[in-house]
Design a protein around this ligand. Structure first.
Ligand code: PGA
Length: 255
């Protein structure tokens, strides 16, 4: 699955419509790959409305959800409402939300609320810094353990883990993780998941990679076992996003 996270972009409805059309067209061209776009939540209703829902392998998501279903929670967007306007998935615990003050308790409530509402949840985890002694692995373990505490194992087929080291995200990033690094950390994540859930189910949870993904490194992450990619900046250009989708499509034939 290739997921585009538009963050707070673009800055006009017209540009969002153009990019949305282009992204759907790309999904239509490369039907072996699941493609999803997470625009600013405000746009989801308007982008899904009226126009055809797009090819079957295309879906909409949001970058966050509320863990409340309804009530006095000013500014919040509930998972049921998000589904009602046509979104099928949601990111939870993205590092930019965590940096804005999102707590681990809140991430946990959101994972549960999203799964209960029937959304596919992309739980984002990742360390801020990498140390040679491996202390960052404790950060990953802590994030996973707290986010998934009390999650119903019968709903896990709708859960994906996005491994996104914070130092690899965004324009200021040092650059992407290496494919070997991804592979090692994905193994570690699987181990932690197998401590939280029955091993058989835990090992079916897909792990995807995010952080400075582009058309040059996408193939190496997919070959290193990433079950998908979470793309920020390069999902804002139909050309760059298309090149990534094309690579995923090619690999799905070869596998
Ligand atoms: P980036 O963002 O691709 O621009 O590094 C990734 C993300 O934040 O999900």
């Amino acid at each position: 699955m290739i997921i585009g996270n538009w963050k707070l972009n673009p800055d006009s409805l017209l540009a969002a419509r153009q990019l949305s059309r282009a992204s759907k067209k790309l999904a239509g061209r490369y039907r072996r790959v699941k493609v999803a776009i997470c625009p600013p939540a405000l746009l989801v209703g308007s982008l899904t409305e009226g126009s055809s829902s797009g090819p079957e392998n295309f879906s909409w998501g949001t970058q966050d959800i509320s863990w409340h279903d309804f009530g006095s929670h000013t500014g919040e967007l509930g998972a049921n409402l998000i589904r009602a306007v046509g979104a099928e998935l949601a990111l939870v615990g993205h590092s930019e939300r965590r940096q804005a003050g999102e707590s681990e308790v809140s991430v946990n409530h959101k994972v549960k609320a999203g799964l209960k509402a029937g959304l596919q949840i992309i739980l984002c985890v990742g360390e801020e810094t990498r140390d040679i002694h491996g202390a960052y692995l404790r950060v990953l373990e802590q994030q996973l353990t707290s986010a998934l505490a009390g999650v119903n194992k019968n709903l896990l087929s709708n859960l994906l883990i996005a491994y996104e080291p914070v130092w690899a995200i965004g324009q200021q990033a040092k650059g992407a993780e290496t494919p070997e690094g991804f592979w090692q950390n994905a193994l570690f994540i699987k181990k932690v998941l197998a401590k939280i859930f029955p091993k058989k189910i835990a090992l079916t949870i897909p792990i995807i990679y995010g952080g400075s993904v582009n058309a040059t490194n996408a193939e190496s992450f997919l070959l290193a076992g990433a079950m998908g990619l979470l793309v920020g900046r390069d999902s804002l250009s139909a050309e760059k996003f298309g090149a990534i989708i094309k690579i995923a499509d090619k690999l799905s034939v070869e596998k």
